[in-house]
Write a protein that binds this ligand. Structure first.
Ligand SMILES: Cc1ncc(COP(=O)(O)O)c(C=O)c1O
Length: 398
């Protein structure tokens, strides 16, 4: 398959005068989403009301869309389901993995992980008891820290700040050799680069749909459970829609078949309609093509910025194979520089303490976008246009 990136770009609404380099945080609006959500609102919710659950397929939607995401992350059919937020899914996967390794008490993660993952792990340890601990090591020390005391290795494959990519297959093999289960967070991987969950032998994986998958703000998370565990795990978040027969209203919980048991409560039907519109665009794309173009876009941006902005220090791996689909630079005034960029229509974001983050999303990012962003950034750096009080005041979301 050769992906037509002009055609995929035309499927998005991109505001006039904006160079959008933040799809790693929130994807833009697929043009068809407004119509698709509108149809769900007016024809399904409006006309069918409660009958929508049966007549419009709302109940099957989390697994049906899960199968479409499975294609993008190398997962077997019937192993992915949507619902809840990513933080919740991290907790659910971790709790299940810990229960599968009852004789061990350590969750191993790294200091580059997204704080919410670490907070959820810490909260789970407190719930389970004082002998459960979360151990964090530097990303480059993870492999050496895997030993027979560890129950679960919980990692985010692509570092949200630097874009540094872990070796999923290698670390999973190393973990399994020590009897350790793995939970992979694919927030910055799904839709960013090819993943081979089945081939790498991952036990659990979770991810979100509002970044590279373009489901819109508040889009639901997904969870993957390897087929060998799917009928064995006992979900700690044992909600009624993960029950074998929700409408039997049994007083006792009996887990549903396979991945269905990882559902918790009522799914976000409207949000999933938006996701469906985005997945139609993903059907036009081949992940290998996306990866090749993503690396080329990132390389072009790095070369352009390094040539024009000597004060910005590259914070991402230079080698495209070791990077996700984002490029980060460090500067002590990173926040102000990013606000100056946004005021000139180049939208990236800032991550404390000093990281300017730019996402490259081949479905709609072009080489002209890269050249335009480099030109505006170099002008802002050369003229110190960022050095103004209005660019220093921190907003709630950075
Ligand atoms: C790697 C990672 N994990 C977890 C989260 C938290 O996701 P949510 O807000 O959907 O719970 C994020 C959010 O950006 C993330 O990047």
């Amino acid at each position: 398959m050769t992906t037509d990136f002009t055609a995929t770009r035309a499927c998005f609404h991109l505001p006039e005068g904006v160079i959008y380099l933040d799809g790693n945080s929130l994807g833009p609006l697929p043009r068809a989403a407004a119509e698709r959500v509108g149809r769900t609102v007016s024809q399904e919710w409006g006309e069918l009301i409660i009958r929508g659950w049966n007549k419009a397929g709302w109940m099957e939607q989390p697994a049906r869309l899960g199968d479409r995401i499975a294609r993008l992350i190398g997962a077997e059919a019937g192993t992915v389901v949507l619902g809840d937020t990513l933080s919740i899914k991290v907790y659910q996967a971790l709790a299940s993995a810990l229960e599968l390794t009852p004789q061990r008490r350590v969750i191993l993660s790294d200091t580059g992980n997204f704080p919410s993952d670490l907070y959820m792990a810490d909260g789970l340890c407190r719930t389970l008891g004082p002998d459960y601990i979360l151990k964090t090591v530097a990303p480059e020390e993870v492999e050496a820290a895997i030993d027979e005391t560890v129950a679960v290795l919980m990692l985010t494959e692509v570092d949200y700040r630097t874009g540094r990519k872990h070796d999923m297959a290698g670390l999973t093999a190393r973990a399994h050799a020590a009897g350790v289960l793995t939970v992979w967070d694919l927030a910055h991987t799904a839709g960013a680069l090819p993943v081979d969950l089945a081939g790498s032998g991952a036990d659990f994986a979770v991810g979100c749909t509002y970044k590279y998958l373009n489901a819109g703000p508040g889009g639901p998370a997904f969870i993957y459970v390897a087929p060998r565990h799917a009928d064995v795990v006992r979900p700690a978040l044992s909600g009624w829609l993960g029950h074998e027969s929700p409408f039997a209203f049994d007083l006792a919980y009996r887990p549903g078949a396979g991945i269905e048991r990882m559902r918790v409560g009522t799914p976000p039907v409207l949000q999933m309609a938006a996701l469906e519109a985005s997945l139609d665009i993903w059907d036009m794309a081949d992940m290998a093509d996306v990866r090749a173009r993503s690396i080329a876009l990132c390389d072009a941006f790095i070369a352009g910025v390094e040539a024009a902005c000597p004060d910005l220090a590259l914070a991402s791996p230079r080698d495209g194979d070791k990077r996700g689909s984002q490029v980060s630079f460090r500067h002590p005034q990173g926040y102000a520089i990013m606000q100056a960029l946004i005021s000139r229509g180049v939208i990236g974001d800032f991550r404390a303490p000093d990281i300017l983050r730019f996402g490259f999303t081949p479905l709609y990012t072009t080489f002209d976008d890269v050249a335009g962003a480099v030109a505006i950034l170099s002008d802002i750096m050369a003229t110190k246009a960022w050095d103004r009080p209005e660019f220093m005041a921190r907003a709630r979301v950075t």
